[in-house]
Design a binder for this molecule. Sequence first.
Ligand code: ANZ
Length: 805
Amino acid sequence: MVERYNPNAIEKKWQKIWDKEKTFKTVMDKSKDKFYGLVEFPYPSGAGLHVGHPRSYTALDVISRKRRMQDQVVLYPMGFDAFGLPAENYAIKNKIHPKIVTEENIANFTRQLKSIGFSFDWDRMIDTTDPDYYKWTQWIFVQMFKKGLAYKKEFPINWCPSCKVGLANEEVVGGKCERCGSEVEHKIRNQWMLKITEYADRLIDDLDTVNYLDHIKQQQINWIGRSHGAEIDFQIKDKENKLKVYTTRPDTIYGATYMVIAPEHEIINELADSIENLEEVKAYKDAANKKSEFERTEMNKDKTGIELKGLKAINPVSKEEMPIWVSDYVMITYGTGAIMAVPAHDTRDYEFAKKFNLAIREVVKGGDVSKEAYTDTENGEIINSKLINGLKVDEAKEKIIQILEKEGLASKKTNYKLRDWVFSRQRYWGEPIPMVYCEDHGWTPVDEKDLPVKLPEVENYEPSGDGSSPLADIEEFVKTTCPICGKPAERETDTMPQWGGSSWYYLRYMDPKNDEALVGKEEEAFFGPVDWYNGGNEHTTLHLLYSRFWHKFLYDIGVVSTKEPYMKRTSHGMILGENNEKMSKSRGNVVNPDDIVANYGADTLRTYEMFISEFDKSVAWSDEGVNGIRKYLDRVWRLLDILVDGGHYSEDLEVLINQTIKKVSDDIENMKFNTAISQLMILQNAFVKKNQVTRKELETYLILLNPFAPHITEEMWEKIGNTEQLANQNIWPSYDENKLVADEIDLPVQVNGKMRGKLKVSVNEDKDKIIDLAKQDENVNSFIEGKEIVKLIYVPGKILNIVVK
Ligand code: ANZ
C-alpha cells in the first residue's frame, strides 16, 4: 500500500519545482508550431481571485498543457489590468497611494494563481500601471493623434453635483450616483475622442476571417449597427426648408403618413415663427433632455409626442401633405434626426400612430395591419404605391431611390450605430493622455523620446471639484513647455479609460521587456496572432471591438503583420452561488478559491470547474460536487496499489483505452471538458474492476489527466520511476483508428437480396446506427435513395437486408 493522497504537500512541491526550473518558460523555436492561448487578465481587486476566474484560466491551461505535450511552443501568459476605479476610490477613502494598494493586490493574486498550478510563463507578467508598459499605451495614442484618429470634442460627462465628480457609466445606477444617490447631471466637457467609426466596415467585414462563436460575431455586428438605406428630402409646405430623413425602407414611402423629428432638431428654431404651439414644443423638448437615451429608445415604453402646429411636409412621390410631430423616440444623434413614419410597417411608428390616432396605410401586402405592423421584407409585395406597385421590397427600394435621385431628392446612405469612442476620464488612476496645449500650436503630442508621461506622486486623489481630474491641481504636472516652440504650455490632465491598456496587452506578452518597440518584429511574426482567446461574455462586445480597432490601426502603421488580433474567441458561462444567484459579498454566497485549494487541493478545484457543466453554460457551485471530484482523485491515486509491470495495454482494455485517448483529445479541443473527464472516470473504473493496471496503461492515463490535474499526475509519474517531468515532454498519446470499435467485422449489406456493400461495424452494433451507416455508404445508398424502405432485416454480426419498393 502506498501512502494516502495528500494534495497539499504534493501541490506545493510541484509548484516550487515549476517556479525554480521555469518549466513553463516560453522560448521561441521556429522549427516548431506555436500556440498562443490567451485569457482575459484580471483587475486585481482587493477581494482577490473569484472562483469564476479559474474557470477560464483552467480551460486554456488544459488546452495549453495538452499542446505542449504535442510538441508545440506554447505562449500562455498572465498579467494585470490594474488601472481603474476601485483602487482609486479606495485610495481616496484611506489616503493610500493606489500604487501601493495595487501592488499588494497583484501580489495576492499572483500567490493565488500560483497556488492553482496554472502553467503561465511568469517571466512575461505584465501590469498596465507599470510606466514601462503604459509608455506604449501612450505611444499608440500619439500615433493615433498623428494619423488624425484622436481629436477633441465637446461631450457630456455624467456629473454628480453633490460629490462634485465625473462618474463612469458603471457608477450611474438608474440615473443616480452610485455613492450618494443624487440625481446625475450632464456636464459638457472638451474630451478626447478616438475615431473608431473610421474602422466600422473593416470591423464587420473582417469577422469573416476569424473563428468566433456565432453569438459573439453577432454582438460585434449589432454594436456597430451598419444599415443601408437612403436620405430623402421632404419639402416643407410654403417654405424654403426641406426636411431630410434617413430611412432603410424607401419602398414604403407611399405608406408614410406623418413625419417625426427629434426634440433637438434645428428646424424647430429655424421655423419657430411659424410654429403655433411653440411654448408647448419647448416644454416637451426640456422634458426629453432629462431622459437617458436608453429610456427614450426602450421598445415597450409609452410613446410621447407633440405635433408641430402650423407646419406640413409634402410627400415627394404622392405629393400628399403630412403632419410633422416631435417625439423623443427619434434620436438626434442617429441618421438625420428626422424620419418619415410608416406605421403600417414599423412597430414604433405603429404604436405612436395608434396612440395619437394617425393614419395607417398598408403599402406592403402580407400581414394584417389592423392588428400590428407588418415588417417582413422577404415576402412582402408592394401595393397602393403608384410608381412601384407589384414589386418586391428589394426591387422597390432600388426603384424609388432611382426616381428620387433623378430629381435630386434622395441619395443612398449607409449609417452606423457605432459612435466615436470617448477616451477621456477625469480621474487620477489611469494613463495620462500624453498631450500638451500651447497657445500658438494648439494640441501637440509629447515627444516620443519623453514618453512615458508618468503619473505624479500626490497626496490627494480627490477630483478637483470642477469636473477635472486630480491632476489638474498639481502645478508641477500641468506646467510644461510646448514640444514645438518651447514656450510655456499646459499638459492634458485627463487620463485614459481602463479600456486603453487592455486594448493591446496580448501584443506585449510576446515581447514584454522590449524597450525599443512595443513588440519586436520577429516575436510578433512568430507568436501572433492569438490562436485562442477565452473570456467572459461581458467582454465580447466592447473590449473585443476596441482591441480589434487598435490592432487594425497598428496593422495600418506597420507594427503588426495580421489584420486581426484573435483567431478564435470563446466564452465561458458564469459560476453562480450554491443558491443559484450571482455570487456577491452582500448575498453571502461567495466561494473563495483559497478555501477550496486548502481543503481539497488545487487539482480538485481545477477538475471540478472543468467537470461542473458544459463550459459555456452558467452553473451553480456545489460543495458536494467538489467532494465528488476529490474522491475521484483519491481513486486515481490508489491505482498505484494495483500497478503491475507491463509495457502494453491489456487486450480486454485496448478498445476502451483507444476510445479514451480519442475522446479526451477531441473533447479538450472542443471545450467539452466535462465529457472528457467522464470518459477518464470510466477508464479508471475499468482498471479497478479488473483490479490491475499495467505500467503502460497508467502512464497513458496520467498523461491524459495531466492537463486537468497536473500536480497529482506529475507526482504519480515520478513515483512510478520517471525522472523527466510530464509537462515538458512531447508525449501526448495517439490512438489506433482500428482499435476504436470492439470486435469489428465486415457486415454484408443487401438491397432486395442483392449484395451492395460491406460495413465495418462492431458485432453488436445497434440497429439504428447500422441503418445510418448503410445510408452513408455511397453504393448502398444509390440503391435506396428516394425509395420507400418497406422492410429491414438485421441479424447482428451476420447481415443487413433492406427491402425497398
Ligand atoms: C421609414 C421606415 C419604414 C423605417 C419601415 C423602418 C421601417 P436602422 O436599421 O436602425 O438603421 N430611424 C431613422 N433615423 C432614426 C432616428 N434618428 N431615431 C429613431 N429612428 C430612426 O433603422 C433605420 C430606420 O429607423 C429608418 O427607416 C427610420 O424608420 C428609423 F417600414 O424609415 B425607417
